[in-house]
Design a protein around this ligand. Sequence first.
Ligand SMILES: NC(=O)c1ccc[n+]([C@@H]2O[C@H](COP(=O)([O-])OP(=O)(O)OC[C@H]3O[C@@H](n4cnc5c(N)ncnc54)[C@H](O)[C@@H]3O)[C@@H](O)[C@H]2O)c1
Length: 408
Amino acid sequence: MDSFTGKLAVVTGGGSGMGRELVWQLAAQGCSVAACDWHADAVTETAAMARAGAPPDVRVTSHACDVSDEAQVLRFRDELLEAHASDHVDLVFSNAGIGGGGSFVKDGQEDWERVFAVDWWGVYYCARAFLPLLIASGDGVLVNTSSVNGLWASLGAGAPNTAYSTAKFAVRGFSEALIEDLRANAPGVRVAVVMPGHVGTDIVANSIRAHGLPEPEQMSDAQVEELIPRNAQAELTRAGALPEGASADDLRQLLVQGNADFRDKAPLSAAAAATIILDGVQSGAWRILVGEDAKMIDAAVRAKPEAAYDYAELFGELAEEWPQETLSSSVGMRRLDHRLAVPLIDQHAAAAAGQLGERAVQARVDQPLGGLHRAAPGGVRIVVPDSEQRPAERFPMIHRHDKQGVVA
Ligand SMILES: NC(=O)c1ccc[n+]([C@@H]2O[C@H](COP(=O)([O-])OP(=O)(O)OC[C@H]3O[C@@H](n4cnc5c(N)ncnc54)[C@H](O)[C@@H]3O)[C@@H](O)[C@H]2O)c1
C-alpha cells in the first residue's frame, strides 16, 4: 500500500492511546476513518480532533461499540458503511484492548473472561465482520494488535498475566494462520500483527475502569486493599514504595502515580507507536514489533525459548551484552495492571542485578523517576538499549522500522 490517502480505515479502541493516535495520523494523511470505542464520548473527541487536522475531503466518524459483543460490531459495520457511503473498507485496525485477569488461580472468572472477551473475541468478531469488506477493497489490510505478551506469557517474576497473554497469543496465532489462508483464498487482503512493548498510554487506568472499579481516588478502602493485597503491600513497603503501615490513601496515591508513570515514563509515546504501526503497514510487514523493548523480548525468547520464564537467564545475557546502558523500565512498568497484585518493583531486574552483578546492571539510586522506579531495590532498572546502539543484524526481525519517539 503506497499511501493511505483516499482510503477508508476502521479503528477500534479509538478513544485513547494508540487507537486515538492511529485515527489522527491516518486522517492527517488523507485517510477517512470510522473509529469506535465503548466510551462514546472519548471517540467523539478523537474524531473531532482528527477532522481538525485532516484535509477537507477526509471523513472521520465515531461510533459507540463494544467489540466483545458481536451484535454491536455488526451494527458498527453497518453504521460506518452508511456514514461513509461505502461498500468496502481498506484497512481494519483491531486495536481495542484491556488488561487484567492476571492470575488464573486467584482472580475471579468474570474478570478473566472479560479480558479474554475484549482482547480475543473482539479481534475475532471484527475479522469476521470486516473480512468481506476488505476483500471488496481489492487491496485490504487487517491489522491485529497483539502484544509482547503474544510471544512471552508473563510480566516477570511474581506477575502472572494469564488472561491477557492467552488472548494476545490467540491474536498472534490467528493472524499468522491467516497469512496462508488469505494468500490462498483472499489474495487481495493481507494481515499484519502488531506487538507493542511498553507504550505510554492510559491503559492501566482504562483497564481498572473496564473492570467496573471507580477512579483510585474514589475507591473504597476495601477495593483498594483488594487491588493491592497485603502481601504486595509488604513487598512495596520493603522496597520503599510505601511507608510502614501504609494507609488506604497511600495505596490510592500509589495507583494514581502508577498510571501516570506507565503513561509518562514509557520508552515510547502512543504517537510514536502509531507511526511505527502505520509505517509497518505501509511497508508490507506482517510482523510489527513496536519499541526496543518488544524487539529485545522477541530476540531473547527466540534465542532461548527454554529460558523464557527463567528471567535472570532470559534477560541476563542481554544485560551482559549492553553493560553500559541506562537501565530499563519496560517489563516492570507493564506490570502495574488490574489485579496484578501491583508488584511495582521490577523483580526480574532485581533478580538480574543480584545474579549479574555490577557489570551488567547499574544502580541508579538517585534517579529521580516516578514511584515505580524508585520502588526498585537499590534503584535498579534493566536497560532497553536504543536502536542506534545495537547492531541491527542481531535482531533479524521482519519489522523494518526503527523510527522511535522517546518520551522526554
Ligand atoms: N500500552 C501498552 O504498553 C501496550 C503494550 C502491548 C499491547 N498493547 C495493546 O495495544 C492496544 C491499545 O492499547 P493502549 O495502550 O492504547 O490502551 P488505551 O487504554 O489507551 O486504549 C484502548 C482503547 O480501547 C478501548 N476499549 C477497551 N475495550 C473496548 C471494547 N470492548 N470495545 C471498544 N473499545 C474498547 C478503551 O476504551 C480505550 O479507548 C490494546 O490492544 C493493548 O492490549 C498495549
